[in-house]
Design a protein around this ligand. Structure first.
Ligand SMILES: Cc1cc2nc3c(=O)[nH]c(=O)nc-3n(C[C@H](O)[C@H](O)[C@H](O)COP(=O)(O)OP(=O)(O)OC[C@H]3O[C@@H](n4cnc5c(N)ncnc54)[C@H](O)[C@@H]3O)c2cc1C
Length: 494
C-alpha cells in the first residue's frame, strides 16, 4: 500500500511537496488554513482590480535556466507571460528618467547619454551583466552539487570588482549627482543590497528568463495547485492545523482547529517554523541550535506596508516599476522616505478593467510599529488611511490628476500577512537571521528536527530563501529525501 503524507500549508514548498509526492507514488493531501493556494504568492480582487501582493521578478521563465524545468514539472510553465523592457526606472523631482533597461547595449548608450563622464562604472556594470548572462548561476546554485557551484564561481572571476560592494558603494563611483542618487535604489530601494545580486538578476532579465506571468501571482499559484489536483492530490482549505500528532517520537498525523484528527505515515510542514516547532509540536523536538533559530528576530525595518490604488487612468505607457525621488523627505509610518518604490501593471491588461490601472507602493517600516497599532483596531485603521493619503499626495506630483482618478484603495500591512498565513513575523517567516548566515555557510540547516522521525519542514524555514523558486525547489528536495530514505528512485514526472 502507498505510504501517506500530510502536508501543512499550500505555499510553494507545500504544493511542490504534494506534487512530487504524488509523482512518486505517495498518497498525499494538504491542509491549508486560507481559502486559496499559494501562501505568500498571492493576489486579491477589488472592484475588478487585481492587487498583487507578491511578484516583482519571476525567474525561470525561459529554458535558459534550470528553474524553468522546475516550473514545468510543477505545471506553472509554459504559460502566457509578458516581458518588460526595463528592470526598474528612477525619476527625479525634475522629471529626469533613468531606465535600467534589461538589454545591455540599450542600457549602456542610455547611461552614457545621461552621464558621458561616467564611462568607467557604466562599462563595468555592463561587463558584469554580460559575464553573469553566460551561465545559469542561480539554477546551478539550486540544483548543482558543490563542484558544480565551484566551477561556476571560477567563471565569475572576471567580475571580482563587482562581487563585493553594496549598491550604494558601487553608486559612489558615479560622478553624476542624479545617478549617484538613483543607482543605489535599483534593487528594491535597498542601498545595502549586494551589487552582485542586482547584476545577476539583471543578467536573467537580459536572457529573457524574468517575465511577468499574465494574471499575476495568484494565477501562478493556481496553476501549480491545478497540477497537484490533476495528479490526484487533495487540498482541504480553511483547515488550520493546530497540533502535529506524535507516537513514540514519530509524527503520525495532525489535529485541526475543529478538533478532527487525520493520520499519515509522514507529516511535512510548510507553515511558519516557530509555530510548527514551538506550538504544533509543543517545543519537544528542539536542541540549542533549533532553539536559536526560533528566537524572535530583531525588530528590523523591512517592507511592511503597501498601498494599492485602482485608478481610472491608462498606465500602459508607464515603466513597469518606478522609483520616484522626492524633493524633500517625508515621514510615513514612523519611517523617513526620500523616494517611493512603486509598481505599475499597465503591461498586463488583465490586472484592471479596460483603460484603467493598478499602482502598488511598497514601503518599509518596523514590524513592531504595526504589531502595536494592530492591538487597537481604530488606531490601526486610522494609521493605514493616513499612509494612503500621504502616498496619494506624493504620487500627484508625478501622476498629475491621480487623486481624482482613484477608485479603490487597499492598505495591507505586515499584520495582514500574519493574519492570513499564521506566521510569527509578518511575511518574514524565516529562522533568526544571524543564525541563517552561519547555517547556510556551513550547511547546518536541515529540514528535519532532532529526535523526531517521519517529519520534515519545507519552504522558507528549510531554505531561508525569500524567493519562489528556492521554496518550490525545497518541496522537490523534501520528496527526494523521503524517496532516498524509502530506497526508491526519485521521479520528477507524472
Ligand atoms: C511582498 C512579497 C514580495 C515577493 N516578491 C517576490 C518576487 O518578486 N519573486 C520571488 O521569487 N519571490 C518573491 N517573494 C517571495 C516568495 O513569495 C516566497 O519566498 C514564497 O512564496 C514562500 O513560499 P513558502 O514555501 O515558504 O510558503 P509560504 O508562502 O510561506 O506559505 C505557507 C502556507 O502555509 C499555510 N499555513 C500556515 N500555518 C498553517 C496552519 N497552521 N495550518 C494550515 N496551513 C497553514 C499558509 O496559509 C500558507 O499558505 C515575495 C514575497 C513577499 C511577501
Amino acid at each position: 500500500m502507498a505510504k501517506s503524507i500530510i502536508v501543512i500549508g499550500a505555499g510553494m514548498g507545500g504544493l511542490a511537496s504534494g506534487i512530487y509526492g504524488q509523482m512518486n507514488g505517495y498518497d498525499t493531501c494538504i491542509f491549508e488554513m486560507h481559502n486559496q493556494p499559494g501562501g505568500q504568492c498571492t493576489a486579491w480582487k477589488r472592484k475588478g482590480y487585481t492587487f498583487d501582493g507578491c511578484i516583482h521578478h519571476l525567474l525561470g521563465c525561459s529554458p535558459f535556466s534550470r528553474i524553468h524545468e522546475l516550473w514545468s514539472e510543477l505545471g506553472a510553465m509554459p504559460r502566457e507571460q509578458v516581458y518588460t523592457r526595463e528592470c526598474v526606472s528612477v525619476v527625479s523631482p525634475e522629471g529626469k528618467m533613468f531606465n535600467d533597461y534589461w538589454d545591455p547595449d540599450e542600457l549602456e548608450s542610455h547611461l552614457k547619454e545621461l552621464s558621458p563622464r561616467d564611462a568607467e562604472p557604466i562599462e563595468d556594470y555592463i561587463k558584469g551583466i554580460r559575464v553573469f548572462a553566460r551561465e545559469d548561476f542561480m539554477g546551478r546554485a539550486m540544483y548543482g552539487g558543490k563542484v558544480d557551484m565551484l566551477k561556476a564561481a571560477v567563471k565569475l572571476l572576471p567580475t571580482y570588482k563587482l562581487l563585493t560592494p553594496t549598491m550604494e558603494k558601487y553608486a559612489a563611483r558615479f560622478t553624476d549627482p542624479f545617478l549617484r542618487r538613483a543607482f543605489p535604489l535599483l534593487e528594491y530601494s535597498q542601498p545595502v543590497m549586494p551589487f552582485m545580486l542586482h547584476v545577476a538578476k539583471h543578467a536573467y532579465g537580459y536572457r529573457r528568463d524574468i517575465a511577468w506571468p499574465v494574471g499575476g501571482a495568484l494565477e501562478f499559484s493556481r496553476s501549480i495547485a491545478g497540477r497537484y489536483e490533476d495528479l490526484g492530490g487533495e487540498i482541504y482549505y480553511k483547515s488550520r492545523v493546530e497540533k502535529i500528532l506524535t507516537e513514540g517520537d514519530r509524527a503520525v498525523g495532525v489535529r485541526l482547529e475543529d478538533g478532527s484528527e487525520h493520520r499519515a505515515d509522514i507529516v511535512i510542514s510548510n507553515a511558519d517554523g516557530r509555530k510548527t516547532i514551538l506550538d504544533m509540536l509543543g517545543g519537544r523536538y528542539i536542541d540549542d541550535r533549533v532553539r536559536k533559530w526560533c528566537e524572535e528576530p530583531e525588530d528590523e525595518t523591512a517592507f511592511a506596508v503597501m498601498v494599492f490604488l485602482g485608478v481610472d487612468r491608462d498606465l500602459s505607457r508607464e515603466p513597469s516599476a518606478l522609483v520616484i525621488l522626492l524633493d524633500k523627505a517625508v515621514e510615513i509610518a514612523g519611517h523617513a522616505f526620500d523616494s517611493l518604490e512603486i509598481q505599475t501593471y499597465g503591461f498586463d491588461s488583465t490586472m484592471a478593467p479596460e483603460g484603467k490601472g493598478v499602482i502598488k507602493v511598497e514601503m518599509p517600516s518596523s514590524y513592531g510599529y504595526w504589531r502595536d497599532l494592530h492591538k487597537d483596531k481604530d488606531r490601526y485603521k486610522e494609521a493605514k488611511s493616513k499612509v494612503a493619503e500621504t502616498v496619494i499626495d506624493l504620487l500627484e506630483d508625478h501622476f498629475t490628476g491621480i487623486r481624482g482618478q482613484v477608485e479603490e484603495v487597499d492598505v495591507p500591512t505586515i499584520m495582514t500577512w500574519e493574519r492570513y498565513m499564521g506566521g510569527t513575523h509578518g511575511f518574514n517567516n524565516m529562522p533568526n537571521k544571524k543564525i541563517n548566515i552561519v547555517s547556510s555557510l556551513f550547511g547546518e540547516w536541515t529540514s528535519t528536527l532532532p529526535g523526531l522521525s517521519g517529519f520534515y519542514l519545507t519552504g522558507s524555514w528549510a531554505t531561508q530563501a525569500g524567493a519562489l523558486p528556492g521554496n518550490a525547489g525545497s518541496g522537490r528536495d523534501t520528496i527526494a529525501a523521503i524517496c532516498k530514505r524509502d530506497g526508491k528512485r526519485f521521479i520528477p514526472t507524472p
